[in-house]
Write a protein that binds this ligand. Sequence first.
Ligand SMILES: [Fe+2]
Length: 335
Amino acid sequence: MSEPTIKVKRLAYVRVGAPDLEKAEEFLHEFGLRVAERAGNAVYLRGSDPDPHCYVLTEGAPGVQAIAFEAEAASDLDKVARIEGASAIEKLDEPAGGQVVRLRDPMGMQVEIVHGQAALEPAAAPPPHDFNMDGRRTREGGLPSVRPGPSHVRRIGHLVLESAEPVSVYRWYHEHLGLRKADEIHLPNGATQMLFASLDRGAEFVDHHVVGFQYALDEGSRVQHIAFEVANFDDLMAGHAYLGARRRKNVWGVGRHRYGGQIFDYWASPQGVIHEHWTDTDLVNEDHVPTDCNIVDMRDYWGPPPSLAFAVARWNFTALRNLVGLLGARLRAGR
Ligand SMILES: [Fe+2]
């Protein structure tokens, strides 16, 4: 198999549009992101890790407008600039600086490959949390380090791209950015329901998935959700209580995923973009052997089933037919 054009280092940021910036920003503060800087009509938000901003909020049409990955080396930008349809290498005129090459993936999504952005100083985060569990007493005489209020987002971790052709979208990311299949879930007809892909960092352990390529029940194309790591389990639950008290829309969770292993909690923004809090993900490296399973056999470790608002981004006849087909297959399988 031929080598990919480059192997990206990490998911860097998303650009998200909102018609009402103030309303959108209020949600993001409650979700646990903090403002790194404001410039022009954009708000640059960050987590507590020293990475540059991971979220660019701009006034405009609602939804995720672009996704960005960090390249390992400046020379990688020369390589991606040669991909068909790529922009030239351009200066990023934004708070973290750096350079960018802009691409379009097969879904039509803008993909930015960046290098040379300036890191930030780490921001305050809750102290490590010790548990007296599993027969181990690691917190003797101390109190749990739980703080009521918003979760503390550390960083952006992954996103899910959904389309009618998830495998061909994955192939593009594999061939050009080096993403590597981690595990795959099939539909009852054998087609791909979800293909999880990780970064390829060789022996270094990375999150189980940085992008999930999902079959969209309505056969539309979009970023289905964006996901952020929070400090720890208590921090996630504190955020769950906080967002719930503010009547934000929970669309799935709390639960623990079978694939990826993370404890998850999904919230819809006022613009309808699904934002995930997660903690305690599985880590994989080059030795990971991908597995396949059928969706009728797939169950998360624990937690409620997804809501309709999570499963179907847009209702049309295709979505309804696919949903009825899936539920029917589960019933016939007695699960
Ligand atoms: Fe996720």
